[in-house]
Design a protein around this ligand. Structure first.
Ligand code: NAD
Length: 378
């Protein structure tokens, strides 16, 4: 089994799909690793580090030649994979809905594309879940970025010159990123409150020492809902939530929004009129910026000043923690492939009827085979 790791070519990408640690782990399974020159550079891993871990380092075509699996962060340009052999696995965050043309091209080239972001939310797959590993880091970084722009301190400080009061942080959306944002803001000494539409998050908020702020008069989502994800809320709920937020937000210094609904634009949680009620110098970090934004007027990748409030359009924050984000992503890939490793065959065997395989396999035998893509025009 030869595993190739390509250097990312997407603009702004800093991460790498392998680390010396996962190279060693794959080698221990009996695989041969080949890493494209410079693949780890922006994640603080030198070519020499990969070589020391046992990988061959070289140009893309040499690395791809004869490879049985290709590891990547983002979907590579299909034209750059000409040296790959038919039947090779292509494993990474392939963005199938937006990169439909690339997926068709992978099928045409006989590659078996596997989209790691479609990993099902089942216990067995938790260690393979790239959305969770990257969201966790993004939640942390959102607080750090917010703190860097905020012109005041986070913790309460009693000094000889007088007392500084603790920053008030409000986290909207308590999934993986939101939980880490709460924990990080608490560690920095802020007074934290949080909200979500899923009632199961109330206890999680409390267990992190934050205050739950919930819509009480209209029911939210009970139980696990749609596989742990939120759905779009009724008009009645949205109205009640807007009233709740209006009352709370004017007293906050930092707001971190993380609310997402799979397959839909992000829900609008903060209007321009609500922003105007916040005090001068407040900061809003919108982690849903790339999905349309939770905050009115948010621009992905930019800091926008509105009514004296800085709105940070946080875009792909995991990229700004390239070394850790790569380490976790690379382990997700290793955990996935090693879980299906067949010792006798010396490589992964992906059964057609496995829940994980069915969810993430996009192409096979020259065709697009995933249910979520079939019937969808290219
Ligand atoms: P997500 O990124 O889809 O959404 C972030 C949060 O926003 C969610 O908590 C969601 O409920 C919330 N939200 C959506 N609409 C909202 C609104 N209008 N107002 C307020 N909040 C809103 O979610 P996520 O971070 O991927 O995680 C969601 C859940 O799934 C968590 O409980 C997590 O632990 C679970 N999970 C399980 C697995 C697994 O078992 N393998 C993997 C990942 C996540």
């Amino acid at each position: 089994m030869k595993i190739a790791v390509v250097r990312e070519d997407a603009p702004g990408e800093t991460r790498c799909a392998a680390t010396p640690e996962t190279v060693k782990k794959f080698t221990a399974l009996g695989a041969e690793l080949a890493v494209e020159s410079g693949a780890g550079e922006s994640a603080s891993v030198a070519d020499g580090d990969f070589e020391a871990a046992g990988a061959a380092v070289g140009p893309r075509d040499t690395v791809l030649a004869g490879a049985d699996a290709i590891l990547c962060i983002n979907a590579p340009d299909p034209a750059s994979l000409g040296a790959a052999k038919g039947g090779a696995l292509l494993v990474g965050a392939l963005d199938p809905l937006r990169r439909r043309d690339a997926i068709e091209a992978y099928a045409g080239a006989g590659l078996e594309a596997l989209a790691m972001e479609w990993m099902p939310r089942i216990t067995r797959a938790q260690s393979m879940d790239i959305l969770s590993s990257q969201s966790n880091l993004a939640g942390y970084k959102a607080v750090i970025d917010g703190a860097a722009v905020y012109g005041r301190a986070f913790p309460m400080m009693m000094t000889a010159a007088g007392t500084i009061s603790a920053a008030r942080v409000f986290v909207m959306g308590v999934g993986v990123a939101g939980l880490q944002a709460i924990a990080t803001a608490r560690r920095l000494g802020a007074q934290v409150s949080a909200t979500d539409v899923r009632s199961a998050t109330r206890e999680q908020i409390q267990s992190l020492g934050a205050k739950p702020i919930f819509v009480e008069n209209v029911a939210g989502i009970e139980g696990e809902g749609a596989g742990g994800y939120a759905t779009e809320m009724s008009e009645e709920y949205q109205k009640a939530q807007a009233e709740l937020v209006s009352g709370h937000i004017a007293k906050q210094d930092i707001v971190i929004t993380t609310a997402l609904i799979p397959g839909r634009p992000a829900p609008r949680l903060i209007s321009d009129a609500q922003l105007a009620t916040m005090r001068q110098g407040s900061v809003v970090v919108d982690l849903a910026a790339d999905a349309g934004g939770n905050v009115e007027g948010c621009v992905p990748g930019e800091n926008v000043a509105r009514h004296g409030v800085t709105v940070i359009g946080a875009s792909n924050l995991a990229r700004s923690l390239a070394a850790d984000a790569s380490a976790l992503f690379a382990r997700n890939l290793y955990n996935f492939l090693s879980a299906f490793w067949d010792k006798d065959r010396g490589g992964p065997v992906l059964p057609d009827d496995d829940e994980i395989v069915k969810a993430i396999r996009l192409t096979q035998g020259g065709k697009v085979v995933n249910e979520r893509l079939s019937g969808q025009a290219s």
